[in-house]
Design a protein around this ligand. Structure first.
Ligand SMILES: Nc1ncnc2c1ncn2[C@@H]1O[C@H](COP(=O)(O)OP(=O)(O)OP(=O)(O)O)[C@@H](O)[C@H]1O
Ligand SMILES: [Mg+2]
Length: 324
């Protein structure tokens, strides 16, 4: 937890499985919810991937060009690496790189974005060898977020959820997210490579929990994404069975019990593969506000209802007694 905010990371070592698309559309859906006491969610989406796909899902090319040289996550890590801060650390003010997604307010969303930039790649190696008496290189993001939440308590309302889109690797950037995450979600395909990929990521997260006492990350669930919407697709049927029996095997049940937040590992909601998602990304808008036309409108409505179901399940798993 960062203050009272639950931190959810979207991760898979496999590329292209829908981590970013899911993180973006889940963050939007999450940011327009209310709790049972009537209070609203407030969500911060952090783009931790140098490819910056989550950032450009919200920002037009012009907007992104404008901020990418001085208002991205790179500034936070550059600040931590600067020699003067090593000896005498001053916390970095994340509000200087936070982007308020005002255009979503009219749709009832309270969502802010911390964008990323490709230049952050050059900092990864320096982070690995970073030594400071005051700060572990894994804790740079967490430290700044704690500061942001503390300041928010005094002024604006604090975030209720922080969603992190991770790159397909376990480098120092990803470790910054995992060390502060309460939960991770694994978007995956229904195929052979993804099946093996799931073993690997679960193994690595288990090892991480055991090696870092303060890390209490739990598996929130596995999401089948980019699923062929044709229900007659027999390959999907058999892969679904295979994933399920892996989760249900006695050995895994025992291991997964420690790691998983709920009895069920795989979400009931599945995200079908529809071209309209790509179109909304090219338009630099999340699905909720993309002006789809013709046949795409139907597909958009189906996808939005899937994200709604997914967020319902996430809410229930995070908070079994309350619901949204
Ligand atoms: N449900 C979907 N239907 C159709 N296309 C999709 C869907 N979800 C994602 N895509 C497309 O698949 C591609 C990969 O998705 P995405 O970028 O979310 O994956 P990723 O796991 O974040 O990739 P990376 O590992 O490179 O960060 C994108 O072009 C995206 O538009
Ligand atoms: Mg991505």
């Amino acid at each position: 937890m960062i203050g009272n905010a639950k931190v959810i990371s979207f991760i898979n070592l496999k590329g292209g499985v829908g981590k970013t698309t899911t993180a973006v559309n889940v963050a939007v859906e999450l940011s327009r919810r209310s709790f049972t006491d009537g209070s609203k969610t407030r969500v911060l989406l952090i783009d931790l991937d140098p490819q910056s796909n989550a950032s450009i899902s919200f920002l037009s090319e012009d907007q992104y060009q404008h901020i990418q040289n001085q208002n991205t996550l790179k500034e936070l890590f550059l600040h931590a690496l600067s020699p003067s801060n090593k000896l005498n650390p001053q916390s970095f003010d994340l509000t200087t790189i936070r982007y308020r997604l005002e255009y979503l307010k009219s749709r009832g969303c309270h969502l802010d974005l911390i964008p990323c930039s490709l230049d952050i790649i050059d900092l990864q190696d320096r982070l690995t060898s970073f030594r400071s008496p005051h700060l572990s290189p894994m804790d740079i993001l967490g430290n700044a977020l704690h500061q942001l939440q503390r300041n928010n308590w005094c002024g604006e309302q604090a975030y209720t959820h922080i969603v992190v889109d991770c790159p397909p690797s376990l480098g120092m950037l990803t470790m910054n997210a995992l060390s502060i995450s309460d939960y991770f979600v694994v978007p995956t395909f229904l195929d052979q490579y993804s099946y093996w990929g799931l073993h690997k990521i679960v193994e690595r997260m288990d090892a991480l929990r055991q090696s870092k006492a303060s890390c209490n990350i739990k598996l929130l669930g596995v999401l089948f994404s980019k699923v062929d919407p044709d229900e007659r697709n027999q390959e999907n049927v058999s892969w679904r069975k295979k994933f399920n029996s892996w989760c249900e095997s006695e050995q895994n049940k025992k291991n997964l019990k420690k790691l998983c937040i709920s009895e069920k590992i795989i979400f009931d909601a599945e995200i079908p593969s529809y071209e309209v998602i790509r179109k909304s990304e090219s338009f630099s808008k999340p699905l909720l506000v993309y002006p789809a036309e013709g046949n795409d409108k139907n597909k958009q409505a189906i996808l939005l209802s899937k994200y709604t179901s997914l967020v319902n399940e996430m809410f229930l798993r995070m908070n079994p007694k309350k619901s949204s």
